[in-house]
Design a binder for this molecule. Structure first.
Ligand code: M6R
Length: 603
């Protein structure tokens, strides 16, 4: 989704902004722009629809300056176009601004303050820069004008603002959208994601919602809503530049699929003690032991991981668990139990739909735990407790290692709670051994990736649609498998409970429709096989992903068997590879699917 970078105090500001924007490409965008000034009247505003490479071409290597801001835009209000791309400039040319988020009351602001202004594009952002210009004529300083504009704006935002009359400053503010200040020697940077500026600095300062920051080359000043000075310690970003490079891989997605066995081992190392016992923050366990129901709240792939989590928490910890889509939860809140515990699953920790639920939960003063891959992310900061996924940065839009990491950490959590509650199922579950076996099984499958690529080349070559079916844990994986396939290969895919097909959806099966069955559960294997036969008799082409102990003649993808509670960790890997290869065969960009963003920071 939209990304912001800014720099003040370095000669080659334009190059640094471009590099930063490239690092944000993975988040998804449709246009980009930069504004660079040398502070002595040489100002450059360059915008472009399409890729950063297009923007770079337009810059033609002759943009000089020491101060600048840059932006990647993922369209919300107004089509992707050069006109709508950021930065936006006030009519008098004095103020230039970039924005992430959504201004909810932009129509009202236009009516009340800006009726005489000519808008160039259709974005909600453009009104903000005009509003600042409007207030600047009625207040003493730019800071006051900015603050006044902030006081009338409703919605989510991260802003970076440059005033040509004060070119030694970048003004910054945020509410609900992420933004960080990076500290350098005689220069400072701003960014919506630390990755963007990691090549410049690894020392960052967080900004809280409602704060306004005055960033100079040699100092930053953070003020709260009423102008009081705020002191905040900086922190060292625990990110390695190598982790965010593709290395020899053609795509991040393939690298991240391959990393999954080592992520499992890393999770074990983080969450087990020397005796091999699970070790989780006692405050989290205490909270869970005293709750009467767990509510898992998440979106997309994380939501699918939540279903595997439900099974783990109910079986190992003995706690009834519900799984909810964040975007539905706040508006259709279920009747809550007396002592609920909320678990937010979010790779990025920034998903706006999940955050808005957390805000409500905090207002109700209910306990919450975030499982996230990004330390210091909004959902992590705002929840009462956090457990980290330790998956390393996930760059591909299609989430892979975060899904398996979420399930593994949920397994750790469920096992630790179950043991604290003396649940017999938890006592019998040897997490270290089972997770290590799952990691080895995952490794076996990733090592066979080329075979999977060949197998599905013809199977999914020209199809318009495809189905995944399974029961129980295999159904949960089917939902995730279908999401993966559709989001990057654009094949219309659905994940179904195998038994449910005959209640309607089987009408869609035609000659040659691909149906992939996932079979890892002894109890339901025969039934799922029966459902595959039903679709075959109606012309479907079937492919079976089957655990080795259940495999039969003709099963195309036989995978190692692991503990049934962890089967999703293993059965999902071939489905990730199927999505990857189907996309490659169809000639699409695996890492940057159309219309999608990595971190979805609007509701
Ligand atoms: O960062 P989050 O886990 O909160 O993101 C939730 C979804 O947007 C995300 O899982 C999305 O569905 C993925 N692109 C799927 O691959």
């Amino acid at each position: 989704m939209c990304g912001i970078v800014g720099i003040i105090g370095k000669e080659n500001a334009a190059d640094i902004l471009l590099q930063g924007l490239e690092k944000l490409e993975y988040r998804g965008y449709d246009s980009a722009g930069i504004y660079v000034t040398n502070g002595q009247g040489e100002n450059h505003l360059i915008k472009s629809q399409g890729r950063i490479a297009d923007l770079q071409k337009k810059m033609n290597g002759d943009v000089n300056g020491t101060i600048g801001i840059g932006h990647t835009r993922w369209a919300t209000h107004g089509r992707p176009s050069e006109r709508n791309a950021h930065p936006h400039t006030s009519e008098n040319g004095r103020f230039t601004l970039v924005h992430n988020g959504v201004i909810e009351n932009f129509e009202e602001i236009k009516q009340e303050f800006l009726q005489d202004n000519l808008m160039e594009g259709e974005t909600d952002t453009e009104i903000v820069v005009h509003l600042i210009a409007y207030f600047s004529e009625r207040t003493e300083t730019t800071k006051d004008a900015f603050r006044q504009a902030l006081s009338v704006i409703q919605g989510s935002y991260a802003f970076a603002l440059i005033d040509t009359q004060e070119p030694e400053v970048i003004y910054v503010a945020k509410n609900k959208s992420p933004l960080l200040i990076g500290l350098g020697d005689d220069f400072n940077v701003i960014c919506s994601d630390a990755m963007a500026m990691l090549q410049e600095t690894s020392r960052f300062v967080e900004i809280a919602d409602g704060e306004l920051v005055i960033v100079r080359a040699d100092a930053i000043r953070i003020e709260d809503q009423v102008g009081n000075l705020v002191f905040r310690e900086s922190y060292e970003a625990q990110l390695d530049l190598n982790d965010i490079e593709k290395g020899t891989y053609p795509y991040y997605m393939l690298k991240e699929i391959d990393e999954q066995p080592s992520v499992m081992r890393r999770i074990l190392a983080h969450y087990t003690n020397e005796a091999g016992e699970t070790s989780v923050d006692p405050a989290v366990i205490d909270e869970a032991v005293h709750c009467d129901r767990i509510y898992i709240v998440a979106c997309g792939t994380s939501y699918h991981a939540g279903w595997a989590g439900k099974r783990l928490l109910e079986e190992l910890a003995g706690i009834p668990t519900e799984v909810h889509l964040s975007s539905e939860f706040s508006y259709n809140m279920p009747l809550l139990s007396e002592k609920p515990l909320f678990i937010f699953l979010s790779q990025s920790g920034e998903t706006a739909d999940s955050r808005q639920v957390l805000v409500k939960i905090n207002e109700l003063d209910l306990p919450s735990l975030t499982l996230t891959n990004v330390p210091g992310s909004t959902l992590s900061r705002e929840a009462k407790h956090t457990l980290l996924l330790h998956a390393g940065p996930e760059i591909a839009v299609a989430s892979t290692k975060a899904y398996t990491a979420q399930i593994a950490v949920l397994a750790v959590l469920a096992s630790a709670i179950g043991r604290a509650k003396h649940e017999p199922a938890a006592a019998a579950f040897d997490l270290s051994t089972e997770l290590s076996l799952a990691a080895a099984a995952m490794e076996t499958i990733v090592n066979e990736k080329m075979m999977i690529g060949q197998l599905i080349e013809a199977f999914l070559a020209d199809t318009r649609n495809a189905f995944y079916i399974g029961r129980g844990m295999d159904y949960f994986v089917s939902m995730e498998a279908a999401l993966k396939l559709k989001e990057i290969s654009y094949i219309q895919a659905e994940g179904f409970a195998a038994g449910e097909l005959k209640h309607g959806t089987i009408a869609l099966i035609e000659e040659g429709t691909p149906v992939i069955g996932i079979i890892t559960d002894k109890k339901t294997a025969a039934h799922t096989r029966g459902n595959l036969k039903e679709v075959e008799s109606r012309g479907a082409e079937t492919l079976r992903i089957v655990s080795d102990s259940l495999a039969g003649k003709g099963d195309q993808l036989v995978i190692p068997e692991v503990h049934p509670l962890l089967s999703a960790l293993v059965s999902v890997i071939p489905t990730q590879l199927i999505a990857y290869f189907a996309t490659l065969h169809r000639g699409y960009d695996v890492d940057k699917p159309r219309n999608l963003a990595k971190s979805v920071t609007v509701e």
